[in-house]
Design a protein around this ligand. Structure first.
Ligand code: ATP
Length: 350
């Protein structure tokens, strides 16, 4: 059984999720200790427990330690991931509604199911746009399009938006499984910034809220001489909420920046937060932003050939995720401190 130390580096939930994905892909039994040891409330939170249950369902794993607050987990797959129809609902994990981040659950099972034979339809219920996780719009407009370049065929539709704290959002994910390895990724040069696209959304709030986010973002970006195409939308959701995701479309790359509204925060301010992040990233010249940087390691480690990409920032999420992947012996990962080029050399899955 492979032993993983959950307190390594960042010591957060990603160590668990990447380990679960790799266990479901390789069939490798794992034992994780010190889960989320570096967080103020360590151990499995609802989102993480839902990810454990989801990963266990797709590879029919035997699991010990799957309880809220648990800092130890044993996860023994009885097979590699199997395509099928699945429903994962954070409310079923808790017995009550929750805004547990379902995009992190999605990322746990996506690659195992994409590499399985046959198609999968997955419904996920919970928080779709919640802090400290990729918003569903980011997954749809940035993460999945980049994965498509690597050969991962998956479409996602947000049926209902789930914000913190009520959650109760819903997405449907359709994955065309292929049982073939992925193509490598080369994002060292990004080319010119062609346009900034995006989506500003509100649920159960007046239509002027998304419109004001769009106007403010477009004005700021036009001042910076950037072409824009940002759409406002009034969407379905059980509670009031608002947010914006902007996508910088470079010739060879995509980068996403999101901000969430909250009571007392002007719609214009939400737009400004996302634009500020985008402009700061643009000035780095890098093709890959901080969040995508850690999220691309796993698909790159599963590719047929070496991948390389240049990142704006070397985060502890990036270095920690690289360490987790190396524990499974499926890739060697190097991060050059001067050029910030990440090189992933897959060694194959036995
Ligand atoms: N605004 C964002 N856009 C895209 N991705 C994001 C954004 N914010 C966070 N992420 C991604 O969400 C993931 C969060 O990982 P992290 O280890 O912090 O896990 P966590 O399960 O949320 O738990 P923890 O509570 O332990 O921090 C990372 O992959 C990070 O890049």
């Amino acid at each position: 059984m492979l032993q993983i130390d959950g307190s390594y580096g960042e010591g957060g939930g990603q160590i668990l999720r990447t380990s679960l994905s790799l266990a479901a892909i390789t069939g490798q039994p794992i034992a994780i200790a010190n889960i989320r040891a570096n967080r103020s409330k360590p151990g499995l939170a609802i989102q993480h427990l839902t990810a454990v249950r989801a990963a266990a369902a797709i590879c029919q794993a035997q699991v010990k330690g799957d309880a809220v607050g648990s800092m130890q987990l044993e996860f023994i797959p009885t097979c590699r991931a199997i395509a099928g129809s699945y429903i994962f609902d954070v409310a079923q994990t808790t017995g009550a509604g929750s805004a547990g981040a379902i995009m992190l659950v999605l990322q746990t099972i996506l690659l195992p199911l994409a590499l399985a034979k046959g198609n999968s339809v997955v419904t996920l219920k919970g928080g779709t746009h919640v802090p400290w996780s990729p918003p569903a719009t980011y997954i749809e407009l940035v993460y999945l399009p980049i994965l498509l370049q690597m050969g991962v065929q998956a479409q996602m539709q947000v049926k209902s938006w789930g914000w913190y704290p009520q959650g109760n959002g819903e997405v449907e994910l359709i994955i065309s499984g292929q049982s073939t390895p992925l193509k490598s990724l080369h994002l060292v040069e990004r080319g010119n910034l062609q346009a900034v696209k995006g989506l500003a959304v509100a649920t159960q709030l007046p239509a002027h809220i998304p419109q004001r986010m769009v106007s403010r973002a477009e004005n700021l970006l036009r001042e910076a001489k950037i072409k824009t195409d940002i759409q406002p939308g009034k969407m379905r959701g059980i509670a009031p909420g608002a947010g914006i995701t902007l996508v910088a479309e470079y010739e060879h790359s995509l980068a996403g920046f999101s901000a969430l509204g909250k009571l007392g925060l002007a719609a214009e301010k939400v737009a400004e937060m996302a634009v500020e992040e985008l402009l700061a990233f643009d000035s780095t010249g890098a093709p890959v932003e901080e969040h995508l940087a850690d999220q691309l390691l796993l698909p790159a480690a599963l590719a047929t050939a070496a991948s390389e990409y240049r990142v704006a920032e070397v985060s502890t999420h990036l270095t920690t995720n690289a360490w987790v992947i190396e524990q499974f012996g499926i890739a060697k990962i190097a991060i050059a401190p001067d050029t910030k080029i990440v090189t992933i050399s897959p060694t194959g899955i036995s």
